[in-house]
Design a protein. Sequence first.
Length: 450
Amino acid sequence: MTDQQTNLNNCRALNPENLEASVKSKVLRLASALPLLVASAAAAFAESAAPKQADVLENYANIAEANYKDSLAAAKKLQVAIEKLIAEPSEATLKAAREAWLISRVPYTQTEAFRFGNPIIDEWEGKVNAWPLDEGLIDYVAASYGDDSPENELYVANVISKKLIKVNGKDVDASKITKSLLADDLHEAGGVEANVSTGYHAVEFLLWGQDLNGTGPGAGNRPPTDFDPKNCTGGNCDRRAQYLSVVTDLMIDDLKWMAKQWGKNGAARLAVTQATGTNGVRAIFTGLGSLTYGEMAGERMKLGLLLHDPEEEHDCFADNTHNSHYYNVIGIRNIYFGEYTRPDGSKVSGPSASDLVRAKDPEIDKRVRAAINNTVEKMGVLKQRAETKERYDQMIAHGNTEGNAVVQAAIDALVAQAKELERAIAVLKLEAIQFEGSHSLDEPGKVLPQ
C-alpha cells in the first residue's frame, strides 16, 4: 500500500461520520453483552453469598430444639391444669384444662415439619400424636359407636372400667393404670394403629369426650363430674382421673426425651448436622414435602373432604382441627425461612433452606416463598371461618358448597407448594426425594365408597 493510500484510509477513519458509526457499533455490542455480564455477576455474587450448609443445618437443629422445648413447657402447664381439675372437678377447672390443651397444641403442631426426614422422630411420633383413635379402647362411648369391630378386638375394651383385659389372647392386669400399661400393653395393641392409648389425642378425648354432633355444630361435651368420685357420672371416676394423670405425665416424658435429642449432643441433632454429603439438606426437604403433600393435603384434608367424614378430622373431640392445620403450615414456613417465633415472642433464626435455594436460583426461591405464603394465607382464611362461622367438621359436610371450597382452596395451595418444593430440590441437585403420597390425591377411587 502506498503512503498516499494509507493517508487516505486514515482520513476516512477520522471522518466524523465514520467515527460516530464506530462508536455506535461498540456501544451496541456492549449493550447487548450487558445483560449477560449482569447475570454472570449476579450469579457469582449469589454463589459467594450462599450460606454454608453446616450453618443451615445448625439453625434447623436449633429451631427443632426450641420448638420441642416449647412443646414440653406447654405440656407441663397442661399438667398443672389437669391436676387442678382432678383435685377440684368443676366447670371452671375443666375449662382451664381444655384451654391449656389447646395452647399446648400450638408449639407442638409446628414441630411436625421435622417429621418424615428424621427417622428418630418418625419412630417416636406415634407415641404423642397418633390419630385417629378408637376411643372405646379407653372409656365409655355412646351406643351409636357400636359394640364391636372386625378389625379391632379392643374396639370397646374400655380399660377405665376394667381391672383385667385380654390383649392378643393374653390376660393383662389393668388394676392400676400405669405408664407401662398404656405405652407397652395398650398402645397399638394387636398391631392396630387405631388402638391409641397415649399422647395428645388420648388426653383430648378424656377432656372433651366424644363429639357426637357429626357435621353439625358442637364439640365433645364431657361433664366435669366424670372426674368427681363424690358426684360421679360415667362411672369409674377415680380411674378416669388416674388415666388422665398418667397419660399426661407419660406425654411429658416423651416430649422431654425428644427435646433432649435436639440438644447439644443429641442423637437427632447429630444425625442432621453430621450427615454426609447433602443428606442433612435432604432431610429438611423430605420433611417439608411429605408434610405438605401426602400428610396434610392428602390424609388430613382431602380424604375427609372426599368422604365428608368428621371422623377424618385431626383434633376431632375438641373441634380444633383448623388450628392444627394452620400451625402445621406455619411450621413449614419456619423451617424453609429459617425463623421460629417462640411463645414468648423471641426468635430463633439463622441461615435457611431458602438461602441455599436463592444462592442457586433466586427466581425459584421466590416461587417457593410465594407458594408457602399463599398456603398460610389460604389456611388463615380457613382458620378465621372456623372461629367466626363454622368449624372444620362442618366445612367438610356433604352439600356445604362454600365450606368445601374453603377447604379445597387450602388443599390446592398445598399441592402447588409441593410442586415448588420439587423445583427447589432440582435446583439444589439433591438426589430424587420421594414425598409421602396419598390415595385421596393420587388414586381417589381407592378411598371412595364403591
